[in-house]
Design a protein around this ligand. Structure first.
Ligand SMILES: [Zn+2]
Ligand SMILES: [Zn+2]
Length: 543
């Protein structure tokens, strides 16, 4: 059928049709990509603002800009006895559409400023858990000293990293696993003390290398003696500050010389998508692990029987759920944790049997935040279903315009960017960036990190690429001094965007293996320089 949003043709697979029947939901009229986009519109991952608490008036760090129409409180207040969102309960009005009523409720109920569990000395973090002494660590967990990090797990002393696991002392890198002292690198595993390495495994002391296995002392894939390597490395590090752009360009060049496996799927059965590991029957899933019988999942971990989910972990039987954890038998929910048998919840934690609720904790049998007896709740649900079937809302997800965030601070802006006019025309809010006052004298960062002292941390720096202002934090300076690497001359946002640019799209397309001509699917875009091969051909050449 044709997607109502993007007009592309798409099919509902058999797994999807079965799942929607079980959940008593209406099959989506949007393609999986447009569903993914809608979920992203409900997620602000890494934009933090100074806001005032609606309850206490104190200054808090939150995901909402000052101009927000929502009431914001911090998580301590959210959990306190002073806050009980059942006081905002409404009688369901059978003369009006449900989505109008939930929209009003969303405006009334105070929202938690951001969500972090068990974080210490890491105030500027979001969607993170068990994190210590970190600054701007997002969707990261189980680590310390992770600065400007996105999805960094079980790691410490990492800066400007994305999708990094089990690693230490790494920086400016994407998709690393079990690495130590690896910088400006991508898609590598079990490597040490290396710079600009791509798709390398079990390598140490390498510079500008791609697709190497079990190598040492290599530069541009050429093996050197230890002495020669050390000599060249010294020179490389001494000039890296001046040569940074040249090195980045060289890195892009060496990435063109290697083979690309069409899809990155490991230790999985009957699965299709990209960046899938340890899964069974994961269909059209991306950046996922430990899944079983799931379709259309993005950035999810340890889920079973889930469909059309984004950033949902350790959950079972979920349909159309985003930014969630430990959910069971829930559908059409956003930003919720530890819920059982819930439908249409937003920012709810540890509840059972909710329908259309916002900001509840430890509740059962509520509709529009109003409490019912078990019998009345069940009776009401029957009536509501009939009503919503009449209004055409039954089984449909929250309309994207119910997002609490301006479009340009959501993750959707990173993957599906809109201009201000486009966003407003589509019914979204837009965040106007506050004007920055540039310093009168532009400070030139010395290339040699040894010449820099702590006074730089008080300076306002100007991003060489975007003109945006930024600063260097003391932990960052210490890291770069220790690693003998130059300080970044571009802003954290721009550094993030550079890593993001390296990620392939989360969308499958048909192609043929450039080696054996077999028909294959891939996520890499068409007409690129990449030599894309099937799994068998990849394994024949690279092991
Ligand atoms: Zn579409
Ligand atoms: Zn092949």
């Amino acid at each position: 059928m044709q997607c109502v949003q993007c007009k592309e043709n798409f099919d509902h697979g058999t797994a999807e049709i079965e799942a929607y029947k079980i959940f008593d939901a209406v099959l989506s009229d949007s393609c999986p990509d447009c569903r993914h986009r809608r979920h992203l519109i409900f997620r602000n991952e890494r934009n933090l603002f100074n806001t005032k608490s609606f309850l206490s008036g104190k200054n808090i760090i939150s995901l909402y800009p000052k101009t927000t129409k929502h009431r914001i409180i911090d998580s301590e207040e959210w959990w306190s006895d002073r806050f009980d969102a059942t006081m905002y309960g409404h009688e369901f009005d059978f003369n009006r559409p449900f989505f109008d009523q939930i929209k009003e409720l969303k405006k009334e109920v105070p929202r938690w400023s951001k969500i972090c569990l068990n974080v210490e000395n890491s105030e500027f973090s979001n969607n993170s858990a068990n994190v210590k002494d970190s600054y701007l660590a997002f969707s990261s967990c189980d680590g310390e000293q992770m600065h400007y990090c996105m999805r960094v797990i079980k790691s410490s002393f990492c800066i400007d990293c994305m999708n990094v696991n089990d690693s230490q002392y790494c920086s400016n890198s994407l998709d690393l696993k079990k690495c130590y002292g690896v910088h400006y690198s991508q898609s590598s595993e079990s490597c040490n003390d290396s710079y600009f390495v791509f798709d390398c495994k079990n390598c140490a002391d390498c510079i500008l290398c791609a697709q190497l296995r079990n190598k040492k002392y290599c530069i541009l894939n050429k093996e050197l003696s230890k002495e020669e390597y050390e000599k060249q490395k010294k020179e490389f590090l001494a000039n890296l500050g001046q040569n940074m752009n040249k090195m980045k360009q060289k890195f892009e060049e060496i990435k063109r010389l290697v083979l690309y496996k069409n899809l990155r799927i490991t230790k999985s059965e009957d699965s299709i998508g990209d960046f899938i590991s340890s899964s069974k029957n994961a269909i059209n899933c991306y950046s996922v692990s430990d899944l079983q019988d799931c379709t259309n999942l993005y950035d999810c971990y340890a889920c079973k029987n889930c469909h059309d989910n984004l950033a949902n972990d350790k959950s079972e039987l979920c349909l159309e759920v985003d930014t969630a954890y430990d959910m069971y038998n829930c559908k059409l929910c956003t930003y919720s944790v530890s819920e059982r048998d819930c439908t249409y919840t937003d920012q709810c934690m540890i509840n059972k049997n909710l329908f259309g609720c916002v900001g509840l904790k430890h509740q059962q049998y509520c509709i529009l935040n109003k409490k019912y007896s078990k019998e009345d709740y069940e009776e009401m649900l029957k009536k509501i279903k009939l009503h919503m079937q009449k209004t055409g809302e039954w089984g449909k997800p929250f309309p994207a315009t119910l997002t609490p965030f301006p479009y340009n601070i959501t993750v959707a802006q990173e993957y599906y960017p809109l201009t201000k006019d486009q966003a407003i025309a589509q019914g979204f809010e837009w965040y106007e960036e506050e004007e920055q006052i540039a310093p009168t004298e532009k400070y030139k960062i010395p290339y040699n990190v040894e010449e820099i002292d702590e006074s730089i941390c008080k300076k306002v720096l100007v991003c060489e690429e975007t003109g945006k202002l930024y600063n260097i934090i003391p932990q960052e300076l210490r890291f770069y001094k220790q690693m003998k690497l130059p300080l970044p001359r571009i802003s954290p946002h721009q550094r993030y965007m550079e890593l993001l640019k390296m990620l392939p799209p989360k969308h499958l397309r048909d192609t043929v293996c450039s080696s054996c001509n077999a028909k294959i699917k891939t996520v890499y875009p068409a007409d690129t320089w990449r030599k894309i091969v099937c799994n068998e051909c990849y394994l024949k050449k690279v092991y």
